[in-house]
Design a binder for this molecule. Sequence first.
Ligand SMILES: Nc1ncnc2c1ncn2[C@@H]1O[C@H](COP(=O)(O)OP(=O)(O)OP(=O)(O)O)[C@@H](O)[C@H]1O
Ligand SMILES: [Mg+2]
Length: 282
Amino acid sequence: MSIIEEAVRKTAERYHRSAQTEPAATGSRPRLRRVPPPASEAANVRRFQPITLDRGVLEENNILPQLIDPGALRAYKILRTRMLRRLEANQWHSFAVTGATPGEGKTLTAINLAMALAQDSNTSVFLVDLDLQRPKVADYIGLNNSHGERGLTDFLLGDATMEQIAYTPSSMERLTVIPNFQAVSNASDLLTSPRMSELVQLLEAEMPRRIVIFDMPPVLASDDVLAFSPQVDGMLLVVAEGTTNRDALRSAKEMLQEMNLLGVVLNRSEAQDEAAYYSYAR
Ligand SMILES: Nc1ncnc2c1ncn2[C@@H]1O[C@H](COP(=O)(O)OP(=O)(O)OP(=O)(O)O)[C@@H](O)[C@H]1O
Ligand SMILES: [Mg+2]
């Protein structure tokens, strides 16, 4: 068994303790279109269902704009600027946030980067929870479906429209979140389904004016990232200092060679310097 297969097996075992995966369906899907972003239109982006974010929940979960740690705040702004430059330079509009193994801070990074980007007056953002087996975005920002709110799985199963699963916080109108309230075990199948292609096309229609960020599971845990990668412009890899195993990281980078790696975020760094706290390479 190769290093990659071994790493995939070990990580998948941990990741799927409570969920089963199935092999990804193959087949080509439309890629997100690349259209130059007219920045001046950012203020006119479409708003979806209004939601009010609970400041207490955001603060508790270290999420912008309630993030207090000044080092982390500076680091997210640096990351925002570097990502914006890279996306703009290449006319890219979408990326997935992933990592090698579970718990490295992918979701927290995806949310805070989306918030930081949406704080920029010229940038509008879609944040999509694409960790279908363990969706967490809603929890982290304090959304729940206690009033029958719909999420991504409802759309993918054909039970909801995009308008029913997209939410725009009243305090941050340049951000729209597509959360998920319902975990599924057949994630790969849904990620390569016609409904997923439909969502990609709907996001594409919004794209000239928006950046789309997909929060995804670890690259070694399943084939979800590999299956979905043709639909995004690139990948942002989150690595947790002192946590991400060296072999797992090597395997992840090997797998990501087939994809467009936009950068690496070093999370949970001991270093006090903000550039190191969430450093960005490449
Ligand atoms: N830099 C950080 N400082 C403090 N806590 C952090 C940091 N990054 C992540 N965490 C915490 O670690 C936990 C895991 O983070 P998160 O859910 O973002 O990881 P993940 O990589 O998305 O995990 P999964 O693989 O399960 O999707 C969360 O409780 C989060 O708040
Ligand atoms: Mg996550």
